[in-house]
Ligand binder design. Structure first.
Ligand code: C5P
Length: 310
């Protein structure tokens, strides 16, 4: 079937664990992380253009400010990369409908790139071409960024290397989350650099995933998950944005099982006991005036999925 338009939905991620090791020769840091996809989604719409149209990009949504509309956008580069692999001239219009905060530590840019890969893979089915599927898209995703392969999968995964080497985590049940979306952004490279600066010349141990967290996930024990959550980038994010300490404190005072800066921040995530507690947390955080907006959600949810095509 010749398609003219494909819509893909991709979730945000949080890191239940972000253990950051030393700097590698390529400038990246060795990580041991546990990715967890939560129900906050961007939608990527890819529409076929006339031959010779090239790539164009538009962004919509309340979180659209500051998103590049050219090659600097990872989704644009995702289209180019898949086109090059498949020997296709990319004539497509990309529309990013953003709900994931931009530069918020929830991998919104990576989600859009993963979405663009899946959408174009489904769009480009003329001349008998079949979609190459998630497994074949994964190396392209890893080339685009450390968090992009996970956005293809969703769920809960352990990530090693710079985060791109994934293995599924055995996780039972649903976790209830509240996300405090901060005003403004934090730059991921700057937060990593601040982490290095704070560590100075101290010896950095090899990062690993503690057994306590894996056991807590396998048992579906939210209290134990909350206790085992950790983010080595948190001190750096707080150093660059001191107000985050108060956001986290408010969540703790409201009884969150775990309170953490998400990835490189500045979004903060709070683990609730159950759906009712998530509502209480959301109301309390909204009333405390410590963030731009608050979302209640659940995880894990599936990764990039086609939700419409014409
Ligand atoms: O891979 P990605 O493009 O998401 O990485 C953005 C930046 O975050 C990198 O340029 C690097 O500064 C930092 N980073 C890192 N170690 C990682 C992942 C990201 O230092 N494992």
């Amino acid at each position: 079937m010749l398609r003219t338009s494909v819509v893909v939905r991709v979730p945000a991620k949080i890191n239940l664990l972000l253990a950051v090791g030393g700097v590698r020769p390529d400038g990246f840091h060795d990580l041991a992380t546990v990715f967890h996809a939560v129900g906050l989604y961007d939608e990527i719409v890819v529409t076929a253009g006339i031959p010779g149209a090239g790539i164009s990009l538009a962004v919509a949504g309340t979180n659209a400010q500051g998103v590049p509309l050219d090659r600097h956008n990872l989704a644009w580069r995702a289209v180019e990369l898949l086109a090059a692999r498949e020997g296709i001239t990319p004539d497509v219009h990309l529309e990013l409908r953003k709900a994931i905060p931009v530069a918020g530590g929830m991998a919104g840019g990576s989600a859009d790139a993963a979405g663009a890969l899946v959408a174009c893979d489904h769009l480009w089915t003329d001349n008998g071409r079949r979609p190459i599927g998630r497994e074949a898209l994964e190396p392209l995703a890893a080339q685009l960024g450390s968090d992009v392969p996970f956005a293809l999968h969703g769920g809960t995964f352990v990530g090693l290397g710079r985060g791109e080497r994934l293995t599924p985590a055995l996780a039972r049940g649903e976790l209830h989350w509240v996300i405090a979306i901060a005003d403004g952004e934090l730059s991921t490279p700057e937060v990593y650099a601040e982490c290095d600066r704070l560590r100075g010349s101290s010896v950095v141990p090899e990062p690993f995933v503690p057994d306590e967290l894996m056991a807590a996930l396998a048992a579906g024990d939210a209290v134990a998950v909350g206790r085992a959550m950790r983010n080595d980038l948190q001190p750096a994010a707080i150093a660059l944005r001191p107000s985050l300490a108060r956001t986290l404190r408010v969540g703790e005072e409201l009884g969150a099982l775990g309170s953490l800066v998400s990835g490189s921040g500045p979004s903060c995530v709070f683990l609730a006991r159950d759906a009712d507690h998530a509502t209480d947390l959301a109301v309390g955080l909204s009333g405390a005036d410590v963030c731009r907006s608050v979302r209640r959600t659940v995880g894990p949810v599936p990764g990039a999925r086609v939700v419409g095509e014409h």
